[in-house]
Design a protein around this ligand. Structure first.
Ligand SMILES: Nc1ncnc2c1ncn2[C@@H]1O[C@H](COP(=O)(O)OP(=O)(O)O)[C@@H](O)[C@H]1O
Ligand SMILES: [Mg+2]
Length: 374
C-alpha cells in the first residue's frame, strides 16, 4: 500500500524531513539575513549523487522566499547566462508573475536595447554585459526595498566552461564590487574540484564558501526514517529502525528508497513497520539502486576507475589497497590516486588505514552480475 507514503525516492524531490542539514541551512540563512559581507553569502554545496544537494538548495530557496526575497533557481547547463538574464528581466518586469504574485514594479522599462548601449569592457561578450546590467538594475532596486535576490545554480559539473566564466565574472562584479544584495548558492558533484574549480578563470567560484553535503550521521538517519513515519500516523519497531539505519549507511537517497518500499511492503497504511517489512523494503531498494545510482556513476567513470572497482569486487568484504596494488600491478601511489578519485565520486569509501569498501552494499553483486551494462 502506498496511499499515505511520505517517502520521496526521486532525485530533486524534497524529502519529508531534511535530516542532518541544520548546520548548513543555519549558516546560509544567517548569510541571507546579514548581507553581502557574510562569508556564506556566496556558497557552494558539494556532494555525491543522491547526497541531498538539490534538496538542500530547495530548502534555502524556501527560506529566501519566506523572507520576501526573489529567487532564481537554475541548472548550470547550456546557455546559462542568457537564461539567467531572461529570468532576471522577467522578475523585473512589473505586474504579476504566473503564480499571481505581484512582481516588483519600478523597473518595467528596463530594456535590453538600452542596456546594450552601455560601454562594454574590452573582451566582455554581449551576454555578459546584458546579464550584468539587468542584475545591477534589479540589485539596486532590491537594495532600496531591503530585500535581495537569491540565485541558485544546480549541477555545476554540467556547465559549459565559457558560460560559467561569464557568470562568475558577472556575479563577482555585482556581489563583491557593487555589494548588491544578490546571494549565490551553487551545487555540484565532487568532480568539480578537477574541472570547474580548477579553471583559474573562475576564481569567484573558488572563493565561495564550501559546504560538504556528506553522509548523514546515524542519529540524523534515524530521524529521517522515524519522523515522517510518525508524522503520517505510522510506527516502526526499534529493531526495524536499527536495520534501516544500518543498511542505508547515511546515504539520503537510500533512506528514501528503503522508507518508501518498507512502507509499501507493510500490510496496513499507515503501517506498523516490523523487521520483515523493512527487510523487503531493503531488498527492493537494493534491486533499484544499481539502475538509479550505480549505473550513472559507472558511466562517468574512466577505464582505470572501472578496473579498480572490478578488482575490488573480487573480495567478499573490504579490500586492502596493498592487494589492489598486486592485482592491478601498479604502484601504491597510483592506487592511492584512484582510491581518492573513487571515494570522491561516492563509489567507494575508506574503512580505515589502507582498506576500502564499496559505498553501497549492492555494488559488489551488481559488478559481479553478468547482465550489467556496460
Ligand atoms: N537530508 C535528507 N534527509 C532525508 N532525505 C534526503 C535528505 N536529502 C536528500 N534526501 C532525499 O535523497 C534523495 C536525493 O536527494 P537530491 O537532493 O536529489 O540529491 P543530489 O541533488 O545530491 O543528487 C531524494 O530522494 C531526497 O528526497
Ligand atoms: Mg541534484
Amino acid at each position: 500500500m502506498a496511499n499515505g507514503n511520505p517517502f520521496k525516492p526521486s532525485f530533486g524531490a524534497s524529502p519529508p524531513v531534511l535530516a542532518g542539514r541544520t548546520g548548513v541551512l543555519d549558516a546560509l540563512g544567517e548569510a541571507l539575513d546579514s548581507g553581502t559581507g557574510h562569508p556564506d553569502f556566496t556558497s557552494l554545496l558539494v556532494g555525491v549523487r543522491g547526497a541531498g544537494k538539490t534538496a538542500t538548495l530547495n530548502a534555502v530557496q524556501e527560506y529566501a522566499r519566506n523572507r520576501g526575497w526573489l529567487v532564481i533557481a537554475e541548472t548550470a547547463h547550456g546557455d546559462l547566462c542568457n537564461r539567467l538574464a531572461a529570468a532576471v528581466l522577467e522578475l523585473s518586469g512589473g505586474g504579476h508573475d504566473r503564480g499571481g504574485r505581484p512582481r516588483l514594479a519600478g523597473i518595467s522599462a528596463l530594456g535590453v536595447g538600452v542596456e546594450f548601449t552601455r560601454a562594454s569592457p574590452v573582451g566582455v561578450g554581449a551576454t555578459e554585459v546584458r546579464l550584468r546590467s539587468v542584475l545591477t538594475d534589479l540589485g539596486s532596486l532590491l537594495t532600496s526595498e531591503r530585500i535581495g535576490l537569491l540565485i541558485t545554480l544546480d549541477e555545476l559539473q554540467g556547465g559549459e566552461p565559457p558560460e560559467l566564466r561569464e557568470f562568475a565574472t558577472t556575479l563577482q562584479h555585482v556581489t563583491r564590487r557593487e555589494s548588491l544584495p544578490i546571494a549565490f548558492v551553487g551545487a555540484g558533484l565532487p568532480s568539480i574540484d578537477d574541472t570547474v574549480l580548477r579553471d583559474s578563470a573562475i576564481t569567484f567560484l573558488q572563493r565561495c564558501s564550501r559546504h560538504e553535503i556528506a553522509e548523514l550521521s546515524d542519529a540524523a538517519t534515524a530521524t529521517a526514517f522515524a519522523e515522517p513515519i510518525a508524522a503520517h500516523g505510522g510506527r516502526i519497531s526499534d529493531d526495524a529502525l536499527r536495520r534501516a539505519v544500518e543498511t542505508s549507511n547515511g546515504y539520503p537517497f537510500m533512506v528514501q528508497l528503503i522508507g518508501f518500499h518498507s512502507w509499501r511492503a507493510a500490510s496496513s497504511d499507515p503501517p506498523n513497520l516490523q523487521i520483515a517489512d523493512v527487510s523487503s523494503g531493503i531488498a527492493e531498494a537494493e534491486r533499484r539502486l544499481p539502475h538509479l545510482v550505480l549505473a550513472p556513476m559507472w558511466r562517468s567513470m574512466s577505464g582505470v576507475d572501472r578496473r579498480f572497482a572490478l578488482a575490488m569486487a573480487q573480495d567478499d568484504g573490504e579490500t586492502s589497497t596493498a592487494d589492489l596494488s598486486k592485482r592491478l600491478g601498479r604502484s601504491s601511489s597510483y592506487i592511492s590516486t584512484y582510491r581518492s578519485r573513487l571515494i570522491r565520486a561516492g563509489f567507494i569509501r575508506s574503512t580505515g588505514h589502507g582498506r576500502v569498501e564499496f559505498a553501497h552494499q549492492a555494488t559488489r553483486a551488481w559488478l559481479r552480475s553478468p547482465d550489467r551494462t556496460p
